[in-house]
Design a protein around this ligand. Structure first.
Ligand SMILES: Nc1nc2c(ncn2[C@@H]2O[C@H](COP(=O)(O)OP(=O)(O)O)[C@@H](O)[C@H]2O)c(=O)[nH]1
Ligand SMILES: [Mg+2]
Ligand SMILES: [Zn+2]
Length: 362
């Protein structure tokens, strides 16, 4: 096997990507490469073990792009053209993604931001020195489930708490379908479960608020102190932002990990599948209330109220469901409105043209 083939296998290449090559005119100057770093539209690619090159996108990709989704993201497989006279390569094609972890872009624009492409596992890090926020975990899970990657909850800084085991039990009870692990940087070597998520060919990503210990863990996983960590300010777990770019690293277990800046704000945009995956049972439950317009507060034969009373449904989960549903639907409605407006514009243009045609003006 060539070292390039072996590199591809280690980086998660498979038939899904291989098959896409048949539809692309690949020339001798082009290499298959993985996006390992992205900062303000400048990319770093790896195309063989340890061989990296800086790259920019082709004018064509830029010209055709209508949103962030069309630009490369960390974890993407691309075809890049090497140029012997230029240090920078040019990304010619972004291969279709197996999946992606996305959020709504912060700021005014109605666009998404891709946090990681082609990910198998997503670690959701939440630190035990702050109050455990169950609703936030539901939010993260909705994002991760939307990506179809496997979510793993990491309860970090377990050394700071005596009753960490008890809290882990609570979290496991709340999320029976998700793996939950305690973690402390003092005993990373004892966290043998980590290797199970980071075998050869697997790509993991890590998300969580700033200061929860993501970079500290990634540093351990890559066996290096390459990423700066930061001291957490007294009294909160926010910490300053030390990670600025998203990067992909090789871990000591063979798999890859993507570290990203602290995701302080996670807003939904097009996460209805993640929502359905997370709350399908409640969506069904609601259908069985006696009244279709049940508000689940006082009505007779309300399935929700009786599930809450019998503890089949926890109050935290019900609250998270309502909150996340509201946000996901709000975004969906906005999107639909925008699409409707686009359709109307096209119709209007067509009918004007049709009238002109009738009048012989075109
Ligand atoms: N006590 C304790 N501190 C930790 C642990 N992991 C990380 N830290 C500290 O928490 C701070 C923030 O860590 P960092 O990795 O930069 O967090 P990030 O913002 O999520 O990347 C640093 O001062 C770390 O030394 C842990 O398991 N226990
Ligand atoms: Mg960090
Ligand atoms: Zn009801």
């Amino acid at each position: 096997m060539s070292s390039q083939q072996e590199f591809k296998i280690h980086f998660g290449w498979n038939d899904f990507f291989e098959n896409q090559l048949t539809n692309i005119a690949v020339n001798d100057q082009m290499v298959v490469a993985k996006v390992i770093n992205e900062e303000r539209n400048l990319y770093e690619l790896e195309y063989d073990y340890g061989k990296t090159v800086h790259a920019q996108i082709s004018g064509k990709i830029h010209y055709k792009a209508t949103g962030r989704i069309h630009y490369p993201a960390v974890g993407d497989w691309v075809l890049a053209e090497m140029n012997p006279h230029n240090e920078r390569a040019v990304i010619k094609h972004v291969l279709e993604r197996k999946n992606m972890l996305k959020r709504k872009q912060i700021g005014a624009s109605d666009d998404i931001q891709i946090l990681a492409a082609n990910v198998d596992v997503v670690f959701i890090a939440t630190s035990l020195n702050a109050n455990l926020n169950i609703n936030r975990l539901y939010r993260y899970l909705t994002f991760v489930k939307d990506s179809k990657a496997r979510p793993v909850i990491l309860l970090t800084k377990s050394d700071l708490l005596h009753e960490s085991e008890k809290i882990a039990e609570q979290v496991k009870h709340q999320f029976p379908d998700v793996d939950v692990h305690l973690l402390t940087s003092i005993k990373f070597e004892e966290a043998t479960f980590l290797r199970e998520y980071l075998g050869v060919g697997i790509t993991a990503a890590i998300v969580g608020s700033s200061g929860v210990g993501k970079s500290t863990l990634v540093n351990y996983l890559i066996g290096d102190e390459r990423i700066k960590t930061a001291d957490v300010r007294e009294g909160d777990d926010k910490g300053p932002h030390t990670t600025t770019a998203r990067s992909l690293y090789k871990t000591i277990f063979g798999g890859l990990i993507i570290d990203s800046p602290g995701v302080r704000e996670l807003q939904f945009m097009g996460h209805d599948e993640g929502f359905k995956d997370q709350f399908a049972d409640i969506e069904e439950l609601v259908q069985t209330c006696r009244y279709t317009n049940c508000t689940h507060t006082h009505e007779k034969d309300c399935a929700v109220m009786s599930a809450l009373e019998s503890d089949e449904l926890s109050i935290e989960r019900w609250k998270s469901y309502k909150k996340i549903r509201g946000e996901v639907l709000h975004e969906l409605r906005k999107e639909n409105k925008w699409m409707l407006a686009e359709v109307r514009k096209t119709w209007k243009k067509r009918s004007i043209e049709a009238r002109k045609r009738v009048r012989g003006e075109i």
